[in-house]
Design a protein. Structure first.
Length: 410
């Protein structure tokens, strides 16, 4: 099997995902993706016409993100007509899945140069814009498996794990503190590219969401987000959503609602792109790879609890690489909710000091379709900064799925 080399990875800043308030809310999502495509090309002296496909993850593929956002982003970037694009939706794992599919094309020997990445403009195309819910309104499926909203799943995991609100708030505070240190030291500057307005002025050149003044006291003052939702009688037989979840986990007598806006991922806009090449193309072109893909995997978990699959996905990726969790130098575990990395750390017995060392989506935000590709770039930059070798990137995914990728710095 051929190797897939990572040539470069870039991302936009994350802008607050509110219309008129976020620095990227005035930028069309195709233009966000075009920004990172052209940044990739400019940084690596890329022959654009050699790119065989651009694979773009995007959750809400409607309105401005519909009509194949990947191909239209290629056109918006002014790339040659021969370059194709395809969009995919694996919920929160879309961006990393796009990179993995790009790597698969290279590793299969069928492609030599591919871009994988993602985009999400949550200010312009909010979550739920496709009106599909988690089950696509399939009433037959709903009768078999009623998928509760992710926030209730997160609180269910915390209840089962015995994770208190203070545990989650301390993790959230650490995310903010680590991000503040990373920003102060310029750790994101290598991959971060500014987004410009049409007149050439800067729309946004730094992450907008972090709240460095966060304290345990301010977090403690926030109301739990999913209490009312959990008590809503929206189950198939008029049960509350909490009751639906507890029916699947009867050992739980009451769900402790412990997640809130301060210990969950933020709603933001952004885009990211990763350039992958074959060994033959690297030799022919003179491009200098920064890393290579060691392995990649997906895995599923029970769909009501939904958010626990980073563990089996990581285990599968590690097995394919002939590695164990202890062999990984740095972990990026997406902070969709604070309990997700905490659950993964516990189950895989990971050293917490290796996890999300520059903070995560609690502090930076989670632009759904782009996050996975962003995390891969963050992990690569940090491997180089610390002179380390390997990283594993993983995300929980709606419907009870996980995706994972192991990279090795060169």
């Amino acid at each position: 099997m051929a190797e897939a080399f990572i040539i470069d990875a870039v991302r936009t800043p994350r802008g607050i995902g509110k219309p008129g308030k976020g620095g990227l809310s005035g930028i069309h999502p195709q233009e966000l993706m075009a920004t990172v495509l052209n940044a990739l090309a400019g940084r690596s002296s890329l022959r654009k016409e050699d790119v065989e496909d651009v694979i773009v993850g995007c959750l809400s593929q409607v309105k401005e993100q519909g009509a194949c956002v990947a191909r239209n982003s290629v056109l918006a970037a002014g790339w040659p007509d021969i370059v194709t694009g395809v969009s995919l939706n694996r919920y929160c794992g879309s961006g990393l899945q796009a990179v993995n599919f790009a790597a698969m094309g290279v590793m299969s020997g069928q492609q030599d140069l591919v871009v994988g990445g993602g985009v999400e403009s949550m200010s312009r195309v909010p979550m739920g814009s496709d009106e599909a819910m988690l089950d696509g309104h399939n009433l037959k499926l709903r009768a078999k498996i009623f998928q509760v909203p992710q926030g209730i799943s997160a609180d269910l995991i915390a209840t089962l794990d015995g994770a208190s609100r203070e545990d989650l708030d301390r993790f959230a505070l650490a995310s903010q503190q680590k991000t503040a240190a990373a920003v102060a030291e310029g750790r994101f500057s290598k991959s971060l590219v500014p987004v410009l307005n049409d007149d050439g002025s800067v729309a946004l050149d730094k992450d907008q969401f972090p709240r460095p003044g966060t304290t345990l006291e301010t977090l403690a003052g926030l109301q739990a987000s999913f209490v009312a939702m959990g008590s809503a009688p929206l189950g198939p037989n008029g049960e509350t959503l909490d009751q639906v979840a507890m029916a699947r986990y009867p050992q739980v007598k009451e769900i402790q609602h412990v997640h809130h806006a301060g210990n969950s991922s933020g709603i933001v806009d952004g885009a990211a792109a990763v350039l992958l090449a074959s060994g033959d193309y690297v030799k022919k072109s003179g491009l200098k790879p920064r890393a290579k893909i060691r392995s990649l995997a997906t895995a599923g978990a029970e769909p009501v609890i939904m958010l626990t699959a980073p563990t089996p996905a990581s285990e599968r990726a590690l097995a394919k690489a002939g590695m164990t969790a202890n062999d990984i130098d740095l972990w990026e575990i997406n902070e969709a909710f604070a309990v997700v990395p905490l659950n993964t750390i516990r189950r895989l017995e990971i050293d917490p000091a290796k996890v999300n060392v520059n903070g995560g989506a609690i502090a930076l935000g989670h632009p759904i379709g782009a996050t996975g590709a962003m995390l891969l770039g963050t992990a690569l930059d940090e491997l180089e900064r610390r002179n380390l070798a390997t990283a594993l990137i993983t995300l929980c995914i709606g419907g009870g799925m996980g995706v994972a990728t192991v990279i090795e710095r060169l």
